[in-house]
Write a protein that binds this ligand. Structure first.
Ligand SMILES: Cc1cc2nc3c(=O)[nH]c(=O)nc-3n(C[C@H](O)[C@H](O)[C@H](O)COP(=O)(O)OP(=O)(O)OC[C@H]3O[C@@H](n4cnc5c(N)ncnc54)[C@H](O)[C@@H]3O)c2cc1C
Ligand code: FES
Ligand code: FES
Length: 455
């Protein structure tokens, strides 16, 4: 069977034909093709052993981003270019990050090492070295001190000298052929995506694949086919006019970090604690809404911002208030044939904050998350208040009774105490392996107290 598509790996163009499975992860493909440098630890996006670098063409230049190959279906690899650890060293010398890992003894059993090397490789060339550059990589035996020493050593290399260490093929244009696979469609516009869905109602949307990729990595069937939304330009735009924002559903967490600046703390405070770098580089706002998890970290923020979720389907576009969007556990107002295109909101004045409590500081999902927005007049009387929580109900939810109670009052100790007991009556959290319902209940009030005390 002839190849209908190609992708580029370490400077070599590879064909993709009907014999290949677009749901197979890039990691599995690498193993089948004996590229065994990239390791599998968890298969879930949690350990970073499988880290590879994607080459992104931006105009005339190239950027690198670290991604988890265990989560990336081959359907989303087609038409794109990747680098694995095999390509970093030349015949004559190893890459500076590899040299630093050796010199600093950053490796013992070595299983995690290719993943660390790839994250450091991206950090080195993108000038983003720092703890967040390797927070998606776990090491079970060396410990992080020597790995961080290796990072500090390469961070001292002047940025002007770094391009010399970039593999040459990264500047080549691989000249790709068409990229959609028959059961993995990659529309270029929203209209095309909707037409694809009308033709294949049982296919499901996929964007960053950081949720769906976990199921695929575990061999779960998920769906007969996919419609990938990660190449639709319109979905990747962030627009702002004064306090009005429109954020496309395909915008990744890393893009949010780059583009939001300091003006939207309720979202920017989420970003350091949302997954780790490799996941952030693929995970999208639309995927967080699409998953509709009660612990989706961006969802309380959307509630606190009174955001509007824009949906598009065969009957056109329609706005749905975030407050009306989440109906029951993972059930939403979105119809099966609709996709999320964007989120819009006008930011109310006032103090904003986001809190996330998890077992680990980074790369962990929330036990409880909370997003608060409170505006007071010059005398301290509350004139606008939004208190939104995740992890304490079947859906992300606002504390509407407490909000109504607080309107027109000042945040004196008596009012805060009463608000905290009202908050407790608004939620009935469950116990699970992450935390007991009692702990969650205590967090609901304590996070609000923390917000008040931080003022
Ligand atoms: C290791 C790891 C750590 C994580 N940590 C966090 C965390 O800290 N906080 C957190 O909130 N989440 C976390 N997640 C979950 C996940 O990364 C997020 O939910 C992310 O936003 C999903 O985006 P995506 O584009 O990858 O979604 P995908 O996996 O592509 O899709 C997820 C779901 O949304 C649907 N969908 C995707 N795009 C659209 C669209 N535009 N319109 C309608 N439906 C759509 C898909 O059909 C699917 O049901 C983590 C995941 C992993 C693997
Ligand atoms: S194998 Fe652990 S993140 Fe991919
Ligand atoms: S060197 Fe053994 S897990 Fe990191």
């Amino acid at each position: 069977m002839d190849a209908y598509s190609t992708f580029c790996l370490n400077g070599t163009t590879h064909p993709f034909s009907d014999r290949d499975d677009p749901r197979e992860s890039l990691l599995r493909w690498l193993k089948r093709h004996r590229l065994t440098g990239t390791k599998e630890g968890c298969g879930d996006g949690d350990c970073g052993a499988c880290t590879v670098a994607e080459v992104l063409r931006e105009g005339d230049s190239n950027r690198l981003r670290a991604v988890n190959s265990c989560l990336l279906p081959m359907g989303q690899v087609l038409g794109r270019s990747f680098v694995t650890v095999e390509a970093l060293a030349t015949k004559d010398e190893v890459h500076p990050v590899q040299r630093a890992m050796v010199r600093c003894a950053g490796s013992q059993c070595g299983y995690c090492t290719p993943g660390f090397v790839m994250s450091l490789f991206v950090g080195f060339h993108e000038d983003t070295l720092g703890d967040h550059c390797i927070d998606g990589n776990l090491c079970r035996c060396t410990g992080y001190t020597t790995i961080r020493q290796a990072m500090a050593e390469v961070a001292a290399v002047p940025t002007s000298e770094r391009p010399r260490a970039l593999p040459r093929f990264i500047d080549q244009d691989p000249g790709f052929t068409p990229r959609s696979a028959p059961t993995f469609l990659t529309p270029a516009t929203v209209a095309e995506a909707i037409a694809n869905k009308t033709a294949h109602p049982d296919y499901v949307w996929i964007t960053g694949a950081t949720d769906t990729g976990v199921a695929l990595s575990r061999g779960q069937p998920v769906a007969p086919g996919f419609i990938a939304l990660d190449r639709i330009d319109e979905l990747q735009q962030v627009h702002r006019r004064e306090s009005s924002w429109r954020i496309g559903a395909g915008v990744t967490l890393s893009q949010l970090e780059d583009q939001l600046g300091d003006d939207l703390p309720i979202i920017t405070e989420v970003l350091p604690w949302f997954a780790a770098r490799q996941v952030k580089n693929r995970a999208t706002l639309g995927g967080n809404i699409g998953s509709a998890s009660p612990i989706g970290d961006l969802l309380p923020c959307l509630l606190a911002l009174d955001a509007v979720i824009e949906l598009a389907g065969p009957n056109g576009r329609r706005p749905v208030a975030a407050a009306d969007y989440f109906l029951d556990y993972r059930r939403t107002a979105r119809h099966n044939d609709e996709l999320v295109t964007a989120v819009t909101f006008d930011v109310s004045p006032g103090r904003q904050a986001f809190y996330k409590v998890a077992k680990r500081q980074t790369d962990d999902i929330s036990i409880v998350a909370a997003a608060f927005l409170v505006d007071t007049d010059s005398t301290g009387v509350i004139r606008f208040v939004r208190l939104a929580y995740g992890g304490v109900a079947a859906i992300p939810k606002r504390a509407r009774d407490t909000e109504a109670f607080l309107l027109g009052r000042t945040l004196d100790p008596g009012t805060v105490d009463e608000a905290v007991s009202k908050l407790a009556s608004e939620f009935a959290p469950l116990s699970d392996h992450r935390a007991s319902k009692e702990y969650r209940m205590a967090l609901i009030g304590n996070l609000f107290r923390q917000f008040v005390e931080a003022a």
